[in-house]
Design a protein around this ligand. Structure first.
Ligand code: ADP
Ligand code: MG
Length: 224
């Protein structure tokens, strides 16, 4: 088996909420080996986005451990955590999280904010990523003026402009028609072929054939 890129052990996540605490994840165990392309499906509210945020080191679990390439991330300082995210992880947010008043190119360049890359190299990588998602002709458009599908593709370009070890993609085809969704899957497969391990949340059963493994999340627990 290939080396482990991500390991979640006994991961639970509880959110405090006015109506009582929500157990979004319950004792989740998950290991991603290098080169895997794993799909997660599950009903709305089953904890998929929460799982991706924890996998992308954006928030800590309430209990359990998260290991990234052999490092227990609980032992990292905030600064080291930010560095690991910048160097190793790409995240495509379900709600895109673009800077609405900035250009498409500026949004993708944001990926390099905490990563040390020469400016020219960063720009070339950003443009190449936008080309890959079919938005080479939109570099100077303001993000807020794009269609939902275009915003989604900018979010993907931002995540892959610096090829990550792990890509966590939260329904990255949710706003796309069938042809555009297949285009995004082609991008993900190419990225995977070049060595990125992928954790993909999707509602689209037709896309599962592109993945090497499929897990189902139900009420915060992983089935199969
Ligand atoms: P999914 O992505 O599968 O639709 P989520 O991971 O977004 O599910 O949410 C799982 C559960 O946790 C839901 O019941 C949701 O309402 C709750 N939840 C998610 N984030 C928060 C939060 N920040 N505060 C309180 N509850 C939350
Ligand atoms: Mg979600």
């Amino acid at each position: 088996m290939n080396a482990s890129v991500l390991q979640l052990a006994g991961v639970s996540k509880r959110f405090a909420a006015p109506g009582g605490a929500v157990e979004a994840l319950k004792d989740v165990a998950l290991e991603l080996a290098a080169g895997e392309f794993v799909a997660i499906t599950g009903p709305s509210g089953s904890g998929k986005s929460t799982l991706l945020h924890i996998a992308a080191l954006l928030e800590p679990p309430t209990s359990g451990e998260v290991w990234l390439e052999g490092e227990n991330v609980a032992q990292l300082s905030e600064r080291a955590l930010a560095a690991r995210r910048a160097e190793k992880i790409g995240m495509v947010f379900q709600k895109f999280c673009l800077l609405p008043h900035r250009s498409v190119l500026a949004n993708v360049l944001f990926r390099f904010r905490y990563a040390s890359r020469a400016r020219g190299a960063a720009r070339a990588s950003a443009v190449a990523a936008l080309e890959m998602v079919g938005l080479r002709d939109r570099l100077q458009h303001k993000a807020r003026l794009l269609s939902g599908g275009e915003m989604q593709r900018v979010a993907l370009a931002r995540a892959i402009a610096l090829p990550p070890r792990l890509l966590a993609a939260d329904e990255p085809t949710g706003n796309l028609d069938r042809a555009a969704a297949e285009g995004v899957m082609d991008c993900l497969r190419e990225l995977n072929r070049r060595g990125t391990t992928i954790l993909l949340v999707t509602h689209n059963e037709a896309l599962l054939r592109h993945c090497s493994r499929h897990l189902r999340l139900v009420d915060g627990r992983i089935g199969s």
